[in-house]
Write a protein that binds this ligand. Structure first.
Ligand code: ADP
Length: 374
């Protein structure tokens, strides 16, 4: 999704892809296929570009630090990126900067997990610090009786254990920062997860108290500055009255993020263009909304596999809905695209949500009889 703004601005994208048919390889002019854990392959690739950036967080930190020490321009720098790669490091940084974390601890053996639950109350949430996404690497334990199901997670490495936050909803703040220190934020948005996968995002978050919104944006900008983040960063939050600030920090993502997909159609500057501007140390774009509300709805692979037929129904059903398809093989439950709908004059948020939901449902089921997946 960086390809379109890159072409518009005349930047040449060179993608290091894990396979010849992955989404990014289908749209970039230059593609190198390789393993991002292979130091020699990555070094050869990195030497041929002006700036190296990411669309996921799994490139090993030691490898990136080695390339940075050889003079490769890496944005975000490996020391910043480490906080999105390691949730324990992230928790320590958020605490050090004075922003509100859920109660948390390290646990390297089940007894430490049990002691945490007994002290702070059950249920608790166990997380692998590295490599998780879309809820993979997150386990909720309702009581000590469920400890056996976590036993295979303990391999000697420290795990993260957290209180199970009774949040009212999940929020996110998206910011961008350049190496020169210019920063910009979009308004706080609300994200709805289904089975730990982002399903819907509403921007701006509706009915959010102004002081909470301001504090959340300030926290995200301060975290970006303090950790010397560059490019786009999403700060995922839990809205909860149990915190004085009105929120707790869940996690950091340092790249364009699912919670920010609405910006492609609902903001003057979309997150993919902003990420390119930021990592190239160019002035940032305007982050204002283009309407009162924008809604993004993900769609997962479903019963329909005929995208062209689904497009005939979906695009005629709502000509102002914007469909973004990832070029992935359709498999049930796989995130394969998203729909953005920007509110029209006089339209309620519920109407905008319903339109996004209907288009996503048609794309999933292939017919106009598709029901809103919610
Ligand atoms: P991932 O790296 O897979 O995105 P997260 O840490 O964001 O993992 O967790 C995925 C989802 O699990 C969150 O969006 C939230 O719905 C739920 N979750 C995570 N941590 C907690 C917690 N401490 N309390 C309650 N729910 C949580």
């Amino acid at each position: 999704m960086m390809a379109a703004p890159a072409a518009q601005l005349g930047f040449v994208l060179h993608v290091f892809a894990e396979g010849p048919n992955v989404s990014a390889a289908q749209v970039a002019a230059h593609v190198t296929v390789g393993d991002y854990r292979d130091a020699d392959a990555l070094r050869a690739f990195a030497r041929g570009v002006d700036v190296l950036t990411f669309d996921h967080e799994h490139v090993p930190g030691p490898l990136l630090r080695e390339l940075a020490s050889e003079g490769i321009n890496i944005q975000p720098p490996p020391a910043a990126l480490a906080h999105a790669q390691d949730k324990l490091l992230m928790r320590e940084a958020v605490e050090r900067l004075g922003f509100p974390n859920p109660r948390w601890a390290r646990a390297s053996v089940p007894a430490e997990l049990e002691a945490f639950g007994d002290t702070h109350g059950w249920p608790v949430v166990l997380k692998t610090p590295r490599g998780g996404y879309d809820g993979k690497g997150v386990m909720v334990l309702r009581s000590a009786a469920e400890l056996p199901k976590a036993s295979t997670w303990f391999t000697g490495e420290d795990l993260l254990v957290e209180e199970h936050v009774p949040f009212t909803r999940e929020l996110a703040v998206l910011v961008a920062r350049t190496p020169s220190g210019e920063a910009a934020a979009w308004p706080v948005m609300e994200s709805v997860q289904v089975d730990s996968v982002c399903d819907e995002v509403i921007a701006p978050a509706q009915g959010l108290a102004e002081p909470v919104a301001r504090a959340a944006v300030e926290a995200a900008l301060r975290i970006a500055e303090a950790l010397e983040v560059t490019g786009v960063m999403a700060v995922e939050l839990f809205e909860t009255p149990s915190s004085d600030a009105g929120f707790l920090v869940n996690e950091l993502a340092m790249r364009p993020h699912n919670s920010g997909h609405w910006t492609m159609d609902g903001s003057v500057t979309g997150q993919f263009e902003q990420h390119l501007r930021a990592v190239l140390d160019l002035p940032l774009g305007d982050t204002s909304l283009t309407a009162d509300v924008a809604v993004m709805r993900n769609y997962l692979g479903g019963s329909n596999t005929d995208t062209y037929a689904a497009y005939r129904s979906a695009l005629s059903s709502d000509p102002s809905a914007k469909v973004h398809f990832y070029g992935k093989d359709i498999r049930p439950g796989r995130k394969i695209g998203h729909v953005n709908v920007v509110g029209a004059t006089g339209e309620t948020v519920e109407q905008v949500r319903a339109r996004a939901g209907l288009t996503a449902a048609i794309l999933r089921d292939g017919t106009a009889s598709g029901k809103d997946p919610s």
